[in-house]
Design a binder for this molecule. Structure first.
Ligand SMILES: Cc1ncc(COP(=O)(O)O)c(C=O)c1O
Length: 425
C-alpha cells in the first residue's frame, strides 16, 4: 500500500481521519517497508526515491540541506499530529482527565525502549535546552567550583553556565578541540589539561552543531567520572541520528530533543537522569510533593503541548521501521558523498572530520577561502536553489550542510556544482 492509497483508505485529509488512540499500532504503510532497510539499500537511490515519495511531502521549490534545525515530519507522523490536535480539541479535558495519564505512561515506556534506559529515568521536556537547563541549574555547584566547556558547545548551554558564573561565582574553563582530531587521546588530553581538583562538571556536546564532529563521550566519562566529575551531555543532534543507547554513554545526565532527528513535531525534548542521581538535582520548578528519586519532581513546569506528546509513538514507529543503524549509514553516505569531492575543490576547506565514520554522520560544514560565508549561502540559494545555513565556528564562519533521509545524491551533485561554481569565483 503506498501513501496515496493509505490516505485514500482513511478518507481524504486529516479532518476526515478516524480517531485512533495514541500508542497506535504501526502505520499500515510501514508493513510494506518494514524489513527492507538493509545494508544493501544505503547506496540504492531508487529505493530512497520511492521512500521519499511514500513518506515525505517537502517543498519542490528548493533543495533543503538545512535539516539540522529540526526534522521534517514524515507524512504518517504529521497526519497523526493533526489527528491528535483534533482529538484533543474534541475530547478536551475528558481525555486529559481520564485517558492521558495511561497514554503518557505507555509513551514513556516506548521512549525508554527506544533510548535503552528505564522509563523512570526519563522526563519529556519542551526541547533540549530545557532538559539541559534542568541539569545545569539543578547541579549543586558552588562558588569556586570549576566547569569545563568546549568552545563549540551550543550557545544556550554556555549561557546557562555563564549565568551561574554571575549568580553563584562558579568558574568556567573553555577548551578548544581540533576540527579534525588525530585520535580520541588528543581530545581527552585537552580535557585532562583543564581539570583541577576543583572541577565539578564537564559539558560535552555529543554531536557538535557547527561541524557535526562526534565527541567520544563514553571515553570522556570513563576518564573523568572516577575523579568525581559529572559529565553532562547535550545529545540534541546525536539522538535518533546515530545508533546508540543513552545508557551506552555512561553519563548520568543527558539532554535530548525529539524534534530534530527523531522527527516528532516541534516542541518536545527529553531529559535523562540516571535513577540514583535524580536526588542530586535541585528542581528548577517548585516541587515539594514527589519522592526525591522520582524524575517527575524535576518537571513541574506545567502543561506541555499534549498533541505533540501524543505523537511521539508515531515518530518512534517510523524510526523503528527505518532502523537507526540504517538511518545512520545512509546519512553518513550522503555526507561523505559531497564532502569527499568538496575537499578536492581548490579553495574549499571542509571543517568536519568527514571521512572518519566514528567522528561524523549527517552534518558537515565548509568554507571557501577568500569568500564571505554569507555570500556562499546566498550564492547557493539564489543561483543553485540549495538552502544551507551559516554557523559561527570559533574564529571563522562556515556553511553547514545537513541532509535528511529524503535527500538524495542528485541533490548533493547540485550542491557540489554550486560549491565549484562559487569557489571558481
Ligand atoms: C547541540 C545543540 N544543543 C541544543 C540545541 C537546542 O535544541 P532545542 O531548540 O531543542 O532546545 C541545539 C539546537 O540546534 C543544538 O544544536
Amino acid at each position: 500500500m503506498n501513501r496515496r492509497e493509505l490516505i485514500k483508505g482513511l478518507g481524504l485529509g486529516a479532518a476526515s481521519l478516524p480517531f485512533l488512540s495514541v500508542n497506535l499500532k504501526a502505520n499500515p504503510l510501514h508493513s510494506d517497508w518494514k524489513g527492507t532497510f538493509t545494508d544493501d539499500k544505503v547506496k540504492d537511490e531508487g529505493f530512497w526515491k520511492k521512500f521519499k515519495k511514500d513518506y515525505y511531502d517537502v517543498s519542490k521549490n528548493f533543495i533543503n540541506l538545512e535539516n539540522g534545525f529540526f526534522g521534517v515530519q514524515p507524512v504518517p507522523v504529521y497526519q497523526a499530529y493533526l489527528k491528535n490536535i483534533e482529538r484533543l480539541n474534541k475530547d478536551s479535558s475528558k481525555y486529559l482527565r481520564t485517558e492521558y495519564g495511561k497514554d503518557l505512561k505507555a509513551i514513556m515506556k516506548q521512549l525508554a525502549a527506544f533510548s535503552g534506559v528505564s522509563d523512570e529515568e526519563l522526563l519529556i521536556t519542551r526541547n533540549a535546552t530545557e532538559a539541559m537547563n534542568i541539569i545545569i541549574n539543578g547541579l549543586d555547584l558552588k562558588a569556586g567550583d570549576e566547569v569545563i566547556l568546549h568552545k563549540q558547545d551550543y550557545y544556550s548551554m554556555i549561557e546557562a553556565f555563564e549565568m551561574l558564573e554571575k549568580q553563584k561565582g562558579i568558574k568556567i574553563k573553555v577548551i578548544r578541540i581540533p576540527l579534525v582530531p588525530k585520535s580520541d587521546k588528543e581530545i581527552l588530553d585537552k580535557y585532562e589539561a583543564a581539570v583541577t581538583e576543583k572541577t565539578k562538571c564537564i559539558l560535552v556536546t555529543h554531536m557538535i552543531h557547527l561541524t557535526g564532529q562526534i565527541m567520544p563521550v563514553e571515553k570522556i566519562a570513563d576518564a573523568f567520572k572516577p575523579k568525581g566529575i559529572d559529565v553532562i551531555v547535550d545529545a540534541a543532534h546525536s539522538f535518533a541520528q546515530i545508533d546508540y543507547n543513552l545508557s551506552d554513554l555512561n553519563c548520568d545526565f543527558v539532554g535530548v530533543n525529539l524534534h530534530k532527528w527523531f522527527g516528532n513535531p516541534l516542541g518536545a525534548g527529553l531529559l535523562y537522569v540516571k535513577k540514583d542521581r535524580i536526588k542530586d538535582l535541585q528542581p528548577m520548578f517548585g516541587d515539594s510533593s514527589k519522592a526525591e528519586d522520582d524524575i517527575r519532581r524535576l518537571g513541574h513546569f506545567g502543561t506541555l503541548s499534549v498533541p505533540i506528546v501524543m505523537t511521539i509513538p508515531d515518530a518512534k514507529d517510523f524510526n523503528d521501521m527505518v532502523t537507526i543503524p540504517l538511518k545512520e549509514k545512509r546519512l553518513r553516505y550522503l555526507q561523505n558523498y559531497w564532502t569527499k569531492e568538496a575537499s578536492g575543490i581548490p579553495k574549499v576547506n571542509v571543517t568536519t572530520p568527514a571521512s572518519d565514520p566514528k567522528r561524523s554522520c549527517a552534518i558537515a560544514s565548509f568554507a571557501i577561502e577568500g569568500m564571505k560565508t554569507e555570500n556562499v549561502i546566498s550564492g547557493l540559494l539564489e543561483k543553485h536553489n540549495v538552502f544551507t545555513v551559516i554557523r559561527h565556528l570559533e574564529d571563522q564562519d562556515v556553511v553547514r550542510v545537513t541532509p535528511n533521509l529524503y535527500n538524495n545524491t542528485g541533490e548533493m551533485d547540485v550542491l557540489l556544482e554550486g560549491i565549484k561554481d562559487l569557489a571558481a569565483g
